[in-house]
Design a binder for this molecule. Structure first.
Ligand SMILES: [Zn+2]
Length: 485
């Protein structure tokens, strides 16, 4: 069986999760579930980044011991994963011993190979980015990503010889498909071409919170180096069975703000350590509110748990995938969410299933016939969209099939039919709905499960998306979705 390894970025736990965290996890989950439908052996990893300086600061602000603070907030992220119905196989926390051990081992290995050396660092440092930032990247003296003034830092530091890997990274970034969407690859390529690569500071002094370097107790490992290593520590690098089975990652799913770390720094570190390079860095956009970035200070941060409590998990998953063209920024509003629920989930899908099952449960003849609706299913197109990570287009195409099924009902008018004729119409509709449940499972898994229960069918794989003998046993339940008032 072919393997497939997908990761999300790991989240800082300085605050509770917001909608952007939920979005990234949902996108990764859709892909993970789709890969399972293809019959692949999938490993899906998510988790939390707990060694960052900003976690320590947030804990200090809250007057809580750091460990207690990160434990509590990490739990909220795990809870979010459950509420989102994620199918992740592991949840890594970078304070876990399994991660600390591997981070130190990699640092030691690079030190022994001469890839890490000791020097002095001086420069601007953005705590938001947890990274040094060059003067020319500042906008009005502030970090463009965080809108905060950076600190001036001068300290003894260990450096990773990243400059040595300029040629290597230019070659990697020259390959189409390494970073997607393609303009994100070109962005990184142009940046390396114009700035070149400098050696990277990979340790800090003064920070008590963080993973100590294995050789020098004054230093902690730079949090980004430690964070990136989660993708292999979770697999039990270097000897773990999972590492041997699943590495390299097929997809690192990330937000556009951390592309440099994943498309440039991470491959250089792996190359220096003699570890295989991930196949694809997949970059999603941000969710805005009324066209503006969500902001804690303006109080415009949306809590995904509140949205789920109010509207349900699947409507939120559906909305975010359908509304936001993958890779681009998108907008969230409750009004738009309600419109999608009423106009698409209730009207096109919920009503279809309810109408068909209402007729089918009263029908005592044989549900059989010849496929008529199958020509309306554009499966190849859906597959192609999923291959090119156009999740929104794939979902659109699947829902187009639901609308075709509704059209078929209106044409056939099964309420006027009986006997063999009705058996044939029901055969087409029930098989169509069974296939819809398979295709929708990656996007709205709770709903797919409900449909299967009502049809009395087993969850299928992609190869089962063809009209065949009807084998369900109708058990009509409630409406799939409630209309939002
Ligand atoms: Zn920043």
């Amino acid at each position: 069986m072919e393997k497939f390894y997908i990761t999300t970025a790991i989240d800082y736990v300085n605050a509770k999760p917001h909608l952007g965290h939920a979005y990234e996890k949902i996108c990764a989950d859709v892909i993970a579930r789709w890969q399972r439908l293809l019959g692949r052996d999938v490993f899906f990893l998510t988790g939390t980044d707990e060694n960052a300086q900003k976690n320590e600061q947030a804990a200090r602000d809250a007057g809580v011991p750091v460990k207690e603070f990160v434990d509590k907030n990490s739990t909220k992220f795990e809870e979010l994963c459950k509420k989102l119905n994620l199918s992740h196989d592991d949840f890594i926390r970078t304070t876990q011993e399994r991660h600390v051990r591997v981070s130190q081992a990699i640092f030691k290995m690079l030190l022994e190979k001469g890839e890490i050396y000791k020097g002095v660092y001086e420069g601007y440092y953005c705590v938001g980015c947890e990274a040094f930032i060059t003067e020319k990247d500042l906008v009005d003296g502030k970090c463009p990503e965080h809108g905060k003034e950076p600190e001036w830092l001068k300290e003894e530091s260990y450096f990773f010889r990243m400059s040595k890997y300029t040629g290597f990274i230019l070659e990697m970034l020259g390959k189409k498909g390494f970073v997607l969407p393609d303009y994100r690859r070109v962005e990184m390529l142009n940046r390396v071409k114009s700035e070149g690569l400098k050696d990277l500071s990979v340790s800090r002094t003064k920070l008590k919170w963080g993973i100590p370097t294995p050789n020098d107790s004054k230093h902690t490992i730079y949090v980004w180096l430690d964070a990136l290593i989660n993708y292999i520590s979770a697999l039990g690098y270097p000897d773990g069975e999972k590492f041997k089975r699943y590495w390299p990652a097929d997809i690192h799913m990330i937000g556009k703000g951390i592309n440099w770390f994943h498309s440039v720094i991470w491959p250089c570190i792996l190359k220096a350590a003699g570890i295989e390079i991930p196949k694809t860095i997949l970059v999603h956009g941000y969710i805005n509110l009324g066209g503006e970035k969500m902001s804690k200070s303006r109080g415009t941060v949306i809590d995904p748990l509140e949205i789920i409590d109010k509207y349900g998990t699947d409507p939120l998953r559906y909305f975010l995938i359908k509304e936001i063209p993958f890779g681009e920024d998108g907008d969230f509003s409750e009004k738009a969410l309600a419109e999608r629920i009423n106009g698409e989930l209730v009207s096109d899908l919920g009503n279809l299933v309810y109408r068909v099952l209402s007729i089918a449960e009263k029908f005592h003849g044989k549900i059989e016939g010849r496929p008529e609706l199958d020509s309306k299913l554009r499966l190849e197109k859906i597959k192609k969209y999923m291959e090119s990570h156009e999740l929104h287009h794939a979902l659109q195409e699947i829902m187009a099939f639901a609308r075709e099924a509704n059209k078929y009902i209106n044409e056939k008018e099964p309420w006027k039919q009986e006997g063999k004729e009705l058996g044939n119409t029901l055969y087409n509709l029930l098989e169509g709905i069974r296939i819809l449940a398979i295709l929708l499972e990656p996007f709205i898994p709770f709903t797919a499960e409900k449909i299967n229960k009502q049809l009395g069918t087993k969850p299928g794989l992609l190869k089962d998306c063809r009209f065949r003998k009807w084998e369900g046993k109708i058990n009509k339940g409630d409406y799939l979705f409630e209309r939002v008032k």
